[in-house]
Each structure stands twice: as C-alpha cells, then as structure tokens.
Design a protein around this ligand. Structure first.
Ligand SMILES: NC(=O)c1ccc[n+]([C@@H]2O[C@H](COP(=O)([O-])OP(=O)(O)OC[C@H]3O[C@@H](n4cnc5c(N)ncnc54)[C@H](OP(=O)(O)O)[C@@H]3O)[C@@H](O)[C@H]2O)c1
Length: 369
C-alpha cells in the first residue's frame, strides 16, 4: 500500500528523481539521506545491511512518501538484483546511484591475507561496479542518470597500514574515470567524491586483519610501531577535522542537483591539499616529504621495540585517550596507548562473516554465477 502511495506520488511528480544510497544507516550515508530528504525533491532508497536496519529508526529516519528503507548487503547479488528490480518496476528505475558503503581495513601488505584482501576489494570496488552494471541499462534507456562513487584521499595517495583500502579506492577511481568517458554520450553524469579525514566516529569501524590485530599489541612485532603511530594519528586527524558528515552530505547533494558536476570532487580541506601536492610536486619529492611526515617514522624498522621511549608512550596514550573522549590523566595502571587504541576498533576476528569460509573465491564473483 505504501509503495502504491509512493508510485502515485512519483507519477504525479515526474521531477522527483530516485536516489539509491548504499551503507546509509550511519556516517556519511545517513547524513546524505537526511540532507536529500530535507529538499523534498527526491525519492530516496536508503539501504543497509539487515543487522543495521534498526539504526534508521534510532536516528529518527522512518519510511515516508519520499523514502524507502531497504535491506542491502552490497556483497549479495540476490539483494542487489532485488532492489534494482523493485526500483525499476515501481519507480521506473534508479536515477542517481550513490555507492557509499565501504570500510577501511588496517593492515600492512605483509599482514593481510587473501580472504581479507578479497573482502576489502569486493566491498569497496567490485560491489559498486556490480551495482553500476545493474542500473546503467535503465539510465541509458532514459538517456540520463548520475553515478556517484564515494572514494577517498586514500584513492589518490596510499597510506602505510591501509594498503588494501588504498588499492580498493585506487581501483574505484580508475574504473570511475573510464566510466565517465563511456557513458557521456547518454548524458549520464559520473562523480568521484573524495573525502579526507571526516570528523565522525567511523574510525571506530576500522577493521583489523588477523595479523595486524596481534601486531598492534606485540612489541616484538616488526610492524608494531607502524600501527601504533598511524592508528592514533589517523584517529586524532579525524577528531580535529572541521569536515563533518553533514557538511560533506551538503556537497554531495549539490553535485546531485548540478547540471554539470566535475568528475572529481574533493570534499575536505586535506583532500584539496593532498590533491594539489600530488598534482604539482614531482613524485620523488612528494614521496620523500610524505615519508618524513609520517608519525614517528624514525622508530619504524627498529629491531627491539622494548627500547621505546617510555615518556613518548605515555604522551601518546594520553593523546589517544583524549581523542576517544576518555580522561587523559588516567592512573598509570590503565592500559597503555596501543591497547587502548585497538579497543574501539572493530575486531576482524570477533565478527566472523560467511565469506571467511570461502577464502579463495571473491564474493561478488561467486554471486554473479
Ligand atoms: N570516515 C572517513 O574519514 C572517510 C574518509 C574517506 C572516505 N570515506 C568513505 O566514505 C564512505 C562512508 O564511510 P563513513 O565515513 O560514513 O563510514 P561508516 O560510518 O563506517 O559507514 C560505512 C557504511 O558502509 C556500510 N557497509 C560496509 N560494508 C557493507 C556491506 N557489505 N553492505 C552494505 N553496507 C556496508 C556500513 O554498514 P554497517 O554499519 O552494517 O557496517 C556503514 O553503514 C566509505 O566508502 C568510506 O570508505 C570515509
């Protein structure tokens, strides 16, 4: 009955474009849904994994005339096909696809196994590609449409300990750039949104690999310093960032209403800055500057991590507590910096998912057979 009402409303208002947003129950996706709802110009299909659907209600977002809430795990071919079919049959197709769902895997190249690598690439790259393939026939038929892929500064520059995340976003950038040329003849717009550090809780959703989870707490591990410098640094940068999901959502909404949006849209100050660095600095100078700017890089590669400066560790632990909103002056008996920093991060092992059972097979591939 609800869908009947929606259809009626849509057909009586042909200007109402249908926007499908993936991973919309938190962070940037949720902010975008709220922003688009405010305008009243769109019919929004907000999607999330089954276990996250309850978050919409918690956030005060409930189904209404302009909003469908649907289950979509982007790794499931069945769920992808179902949502596209429903949108096509009841709403005449998706006009704007926002590939937002994604996550960041923390692990140096040596400590990411095949299963972890595949899941990261499947979620951040192959699933968006599969959704694009699903909506394009309809868009070509209408000779209009808009594909928006949420990339990252990690898609223009790689960061140590985020190797496969960067790989997934570089892949997304490359394919999206090719797509921009390919579908231009049908007047289909294509955008890459490039956020840098976002001031949100999403650093808590970073997933550790099986090995990086151990290394981050093991002073004997060769990558101990890599993780324990980068993780608190990134968390701090996110906390200090002036860019909120709401501000970025406004920029994405603007790109949706623009008649001719650019292919790449940097949406945070650091994204502009790094974009300029990459554009104008010779690569060798750029890499040298980046390397020596890495936090505590002078300690990386040391053989005996037990010689870590105790004072330095105490200061780092206090900064991390501050970032996490805890009392920075906790008694000395409290866990040390590295352990605290790993606490809020979602444990890879503690949330086993079905894909782990099929390590050699990519999830998207399996679903397309
Ligand atoms: N936060 C940043 O600083 C930052 C910077 C650059 C780029 N980005 C990009 O911005 C996008 C949004 O991130 P965010 O900051 O809003 O992080 P977030 O709060 O962690 O949101 C990510 C969303 O993606 C969903 N997701 C993950 N795997 C999924 C799957 N298999 N199927 C469906 N949904 C899935 C998550 O759902 P669950 O809640 O069910 O896990 C969550 O709702 C991502 O593509 C991210 O890479 C973020």
């Amino acid at each position: 009955m609800l869908s009947g009402m929606i259809r009626e409303n849509l057909y009586s208002n042909p200007q109402k474009r249908v926007v499908l947003v993936t991973g919309a129950s938190t962070g940037l996706g949720l902010a975008l849904v709220k922003e688009l709802l405010k305008s009243g110009k769109y019919h929004i299909i907000a999607t999330a994994r089954r276990t996250s659907l309850h978050r919409f209600q918690d956030a005060g977002v409930v189904e209404c005339e302009n909003l469908w809430i649907r289950q979509l795990n982007v790794l499931s071919k069945f769920e992808r096909d179902k949502i596209i079919q429903e949108a096509t049959e009841k709403l005449g197709g998706v006009d704007v696809l926002v590939n937002n769902a994604g996550y960041c895997l923390r692990g140096v190249v040596e400590q990411v196994n095949e299963t972890e690598r595949l899941k990261q690439i499947d979620t951040n790259f192959r699933a968006p590609m599969a959704l694009i393939r699903g909506v394009l026939p309809q868009m070509r038929k209408k000779r209009s449409g808009h594909i928006i892929n949420i990339s990252s500064v990690g898609g223009m520059m790689a960061m140590p300990t985020m190797s496969i995340y960067s790989a997934s976003k570089f892949a997304l950038e490359g394919a999206t750039e090719a797509l921009w040329y390919e579908v231009r003849p049908w007047n289909i717009k294509v955008c890459l949104i490039q956020p840098g550090f976002i001031n949100s809780d999403s650093f808590k959703n970073v997933e550790l690999t099986r090995e990086s989870r151990k290394s981050i707490q093991d002073k004997n591990n060769p990558y101990y310093y890599h993780y324990n410098s980068m993780a608190p640094f990134i968390a701090r940068m996110m906390r200090l960032s002036p860019s909120t999901p709401e501000k970025i959502a406004q920029k994405i909404a603007k790109s949706i209403s623009d008649s001719n949006p650019p292919l790449r849209i940097p949406v945070t100050i650091d994204a502009y800055f790094f974009g300029l660095l990459r554009k104008f600095l010779p690569r060798t100078i750029y890499h040298a500057i980046m390397y020596y700017s890495l936090p505590r890089v002078f300690r990386w590669g040391e053989d005996d991590h037990y010689h870590m400066d105790a004072e330095y560790e105490r200061i780092e632990a206090s900064k991390t507590r501050e970032v996490l909103g805890q009392d920075p002056c906790q008694p000395a008996s409290a866990p040390s910096g590295p352990q605290e920093c790993s606490q809020p991060i979602r444990s890879y092992q503690s949330t086993p998912r079905s894909f782990i059972e099929t390590p050699r097979e990519s999830i998207v591939e399996r679903n397309t057979h």
